[in-house]
Design a protein around this ligand. Structure first.
Ligand code: HAM
Length: 425
């Protein structure tokens, strides 16, 4: 019986990894341009980190975590997201003591959620995320949003929508929470089971419930924007002004509450509006989380960040028919005729590789015709042909495949010749 990959996971094979690498390199270059530094945190953490960080009342913590006891009897969880771990690393390693502030961090990596798999929703998926710790400047909120958008734009995506909201500070949210409880309590029995418990634990989450979306009480629910206190309102205005001067357009949606408990003030999501993208349209989500460092035992530190799903990004590229400029052609393939030439081919590919030239040869014992076919299959730009005649003369035939030309080159000149032809490699 053969064994398959677990449900909700996929193998990413070479044709796809070429795209992943291109996407990652583009994003890395942008993260560097915005002056962010990479962090790599463990893939598993103490379960308590996510209970305290992401929040006990969230779907992620209640239903979706891969939690197990290790051999030492500790409760361990595969990370469902990157923010809690990044903030933990910031606190544990006292990055707040670094003279360079704020800490502008980014990460790539797999995340794990036990969700019902469907297109765009997996049990192991990959995120690129950034977290800025130590700044309360509304301009950094706009920078974070701007970086998220420029990742998509740099890859050619056009059908994007930025949705923005403010969840206000603790006081604003407390007042809003009370208003929501007052609003939804009379119709509690008509709400789904999840929302009935959300009403007590986290009434804001009722607003993004998929089941109760069309419930009449949803449409008449009070808006968070009417409950922002002066400070929160001013903060939100400043974030919007910064976005305006950067020429970034957005839609304010007071129902955008996000699925994690740590948010306050700015919350945002970027959606794909491409036709045929699929039912789940959110490409990235993020927001401000000023209390999180303290919740996990660190000093009071403001924070903001986002994460984007890389599978969804690739799906969006497909939906917009964007071909990434990936060069998968091989530089040089060496074809050998006869036993002596075969051994010499071993030396030549090795020499070429040591000189920085991408090269390959046959390892299947193919006849000459088969070797040419193999060179063709990997779209080799140059095919070197070597037989007894050439060996005696210490030359080699160099075929330029695109031009259809052939030249006999002295063996001693081969490397500089190819380096020049391949553009100074
Ligand atoms: P999130 O909204 O849970 O936020 O996830 C961010 C993105 O990860 C989603 O928009 C989506 O693209 C991708 N994603 C999430 N779950 C799945 C899944 N099951 N399958 C495929 N892709 C998925 C966070 O994770 C926060 N940590 C973001 C953040 C960073 N907030 C502040 N800083």
């Amino acid at each position: 019986m053969s064994i398959n990959a677990p449900r909700g996971t996929v193998d990413i094979l070479p044709e796809a990894t070429a795209k992943w690498q291109f996407v990652e390199a583009t994003i890395r270059e942008l993260a560097n341009r915005y002056h962010y530094k990479e962090v790599r945190t463990p893939i598993f953490e103490h379960t308590e980190l996510f209970q305290r960080g992401v929040g006990d009342s969230t779907d992620i913590v209640q239903k979706e975590m891969y939690t197990f006891e290790d051999r030492g009897g500790r409760s361990i969880t595969l990370r469902p997201e990157g923010t809690a771990a990044t903030v933990r690393a910031y606190v544990q390693n006292k990055l707040y003591g670094d003279p360079i502030q704020p800490s502008k961090l980014y990460y790539f990596g797999p995340m794990f959620r036990y969700e019902r798999p469907q297109q765009g929703r997996m049990r192991q998926f990959h995120q690129f995320g950034i977290e800025v710790l130590g700044s309360n400047d509304p301009a950094i909120d706009a920078e974070v949003i701007g970086l998220a958008l420029s990742c998509y734009e740099a890859l050619g995506l056009k059908s994007l929508k930025l949705v923005l909201n403010s969840l206000g500070d603790t006081e604003s949210r407390k007042n809003y929470r009370e208003a929501l409880v007052e609003h939804f309590t009379p119709c509690k029995d008509g709400l789904c089971n999840d929302c009935q418990s959300r009403l007590e634990q986290n009434p804001l989450r009722i607003l993004d419930c998929k089941t109760d979306r069309d419930h009449p009480a949803m449409k008449s629910a009070p808006s968070i924007l009417d409950y922002l206190n002066e400070e929160s309102r001013v903060y939100f205005e400043k974030v919007k002004k910064s976005l305006d001067v950067m020429g970034i357009s957005y839609v304010v949606d007071p129902n955008l509450v996000r699925g994690l408990d740590y948010y306050n003030h700015t919350a945002f999501e970027i959606m794909s509006e491409a036709e045929g993208f699929g039912a789940i349209t959110t490409l990235a989500g993020g927001g401000r989380y000023n209390g999180l460092a303290q919740d996990i035992g660190g000093p009071e530190t403001p924070g903001i960040g986002f994460a984007m799903g890389l599978e969804r990004l690739l799906q969006a590229l497909e939906a917009e028919n964007i071909e990434l400029p990936i060069d998968n052609a091989l530089d040089v393939f060496v074809v050998a005729m006869g036993e002596r030439a075969e051994l010499e081919a071993v030396r030549i590919v090795n020499d070429l590789r040591q000189s920085g030239i991408q090269a390959d040869k046959d390892y299947q014992g193919r006849k000459v015709k088969g070797q040419f076919k193999a060179a063709d299959r990997v779209h080799s730009k140059y095919v070197l042909v070597l037989g007894d005649d050439e060996l005696d003369k210490q030359t080699i035939n160099v075929k330029a495949m695109a031009e259809g030309t052939q030249q006999e080159i002295a063996m001693s000149e081969l490397v500089p010749y190819l380096q020049q032809q391949l553009g100074g490699k």
